[in-house]
Design a protein around this ligand. Structure first.
Ligand SMILES: [Zn+2]
Length: 281
């Protein structure tokens, strides 16, 4: 009898410990991340991605990803790929002669493939307002567009004569200045990393079941070498500001021990795909 009683007590203690542990994990919101391919970009003149002649004569294949982040308080879409008009077989040679571009499928179809609809998003944010990140932005008009105030002003502000048509349908706007904790619990944080454009930003996400948090670069870097060499594209808004942002970004990545994902890199795409496939259930 004594033995049984002891066993019962032991079991209940273990049980309590288990519950405590469970309560601990439950208190963290379950954040999920999906990556989708909003385009393929063949760079015919890689030299535009440096301030000098480092890449003259070279070419490179970029991917062009966008992301779905689900949080118990709502879904966020990050970036918007290339425009849907570019869903075509053969890549389009855009007029500058630098890029050949195409998009694999429409937003609606791509979201359907992961069980989402366009209307499922409470928030929408982009790293910046270049054409390869604003592609389907106007379709996100029911969501609140979270944007740096200076980026907003430079694209669709009152003083802008020719507004950026790619974002004019977005009327629900939340302007921010600097870093911004989207859901107020530290799991999804927009990091202000200006330089590529005036109000460029990156995204930090604590994905449930992943060892490390994920840090999406936006276009702070375009490929691995660019990150290693702190290469600044010739077309950046402000080179000095970009270098400062890189420093801030790297310090933050180190502090959080984050997995840095370069959004245009096919290598990073594969890496994140693997991590998401193998994450703890
Ligand atoms: Zn880009």
């Amino acid at each position: 009898m004594k033995k049984i009683l002891f066993l019962l007590i032991a079991v209940s203690i273990v049980g309590c410990k288990k519950l405590e542990k469970k309560a601990d994990t439950v208190s963290k919101p379950i954040v999920q991340l999906h990556q989708l391919v909003g385009g393929a970009i063949f760079v015919k003149k890689l030299e535009v991605f440096s301030q000098d002649t480092t890449y003259t004569g070279q070419t490179k294949q970029f991917t062009d990803t966008y992301y779905v982040i689900s949080h118990p308080k709502g879904n966020l879409m990050w970036d918007a790929g290339l425009p849907e008009q570019l869903v075509m077989e053969t890549a389009f040679d855009e007029p500058s002669g630098v890029y050949a571009i195409k998009r694999p499928d429409s937003l609606g179809n791509q979201l359907k493939s992961i069980g989402y609809k366009i209307e499922d998003f409470k928030y929408f944010a982009m790293s910046h307002s270049h054409f390869d990140h604003t592609g389907h932005a106007n379709l996100m008009k029911h969501a609140t567009w979270i944007v740096q105030e200076n980026e907003y002003n430079a694209n669709v502000g009152d003083s802008v004569k020719i507004k950026n048509a790619a974002v004019t349908a977005l009327k629900k706007v939340q302007k921010i200045t600097g870093d911004y904790d989207v859901f107020g619990d530290g799991t999804v944080v927009i990091k202000y990393t200006p330089g590529h454009t005036i109000g460029h930003q990156s995204l930090y996400v604590e994905v449930a079941g992943l060892e490390k948090p994920v840090l999406l670069t936006g276009d702070l870097y375009h490929f691995e070498e660019n990150r290693a060499n702190k290469g600044v594209p010739s077309f950046n808004y402000d080179a000095e500001e970009t270098l400062k942002s890189m420093e801030k970004f790297e310090a933050f990545a180190k502090e959080k021990n984050a997995e840095v994902i370069i959004q245009h890199s096919p290598i990073a795409f594969k890496k994140l795909e693997e991590l998401l496939k193998n994450k703890r259930k």
